[in-house]
Design a protein. Structure first.
Length: 157
């Protein structure tokens, strides 16, 4: 991969990471934020999202949303654990997509595809190309801390 492509890939990784980091931190610091209304308003897979919104589940659902986004953002900005975090982030984006999907309309401004699908595809791309290795800390971290666990290193980044 040429230098220019690596630079653009790194800029994509960092900018998407910043978006996710900010979204997670905004949820963490807002004591009134909850995923409950989003889950209760699900148009697809309603039973699953009603289960998510149940009083016994909404606490850990909120925690996973807040900290999942924040840690995904940190991972992408620093370029560490990008393969694992991007794969989990893509799954999270699909969980965000399903409640707004009223086939064929996705949210207020999408026809089948909305921003969650685009984010999921971008995150999948970052995982496949191992974007943390380009102007990120992935190689250094892997050599320094994961050299003994080659199987985990392959999943990590």
């Amino acid at each position: 991969m040429d230098r220019e492509t690596r630079i653009w890939l790194a800029m994509l990784r960092v900018s998407l990471g910043w978006l996710m980091l900010y979204s997670g931190i905004a949820k963490i610091v807002d004591p009134t934020w909850t995923a409950e209304n989003y889950a209760r308003g699900a148009k697809t897979a309603g039973a699953l999202y009603m289960w998510f919104a149940a009083p016994g589940n909404i606490g850990w659902i909120n925690f996973l949303n807040e900290w999942g986004l924040a840690l995904l953002g940190v991972s992408l900005v620093l370029g560490v654990g990008v393969r694992l975090s991007s794969s989990l982030g893509a799954l999270l984006m699909l969980f965000y997509y399903l409640p707004v999907l009223d086939f064929p309309y996705a949210g207020d401004h999408g026809f089948i595809v909305d921003e969650h699908v685009i984010y999921a595809l971008l995150l999948g791309f970052l995982a496949v190309v191992r974007a943390g290795r380009f102007y990120g800390l992935e190689s250094w971290f892997g050599e320094r801390f994961l050299s003994r666990w080659s199987r985990f290193r392959a999943v990590w980044g």
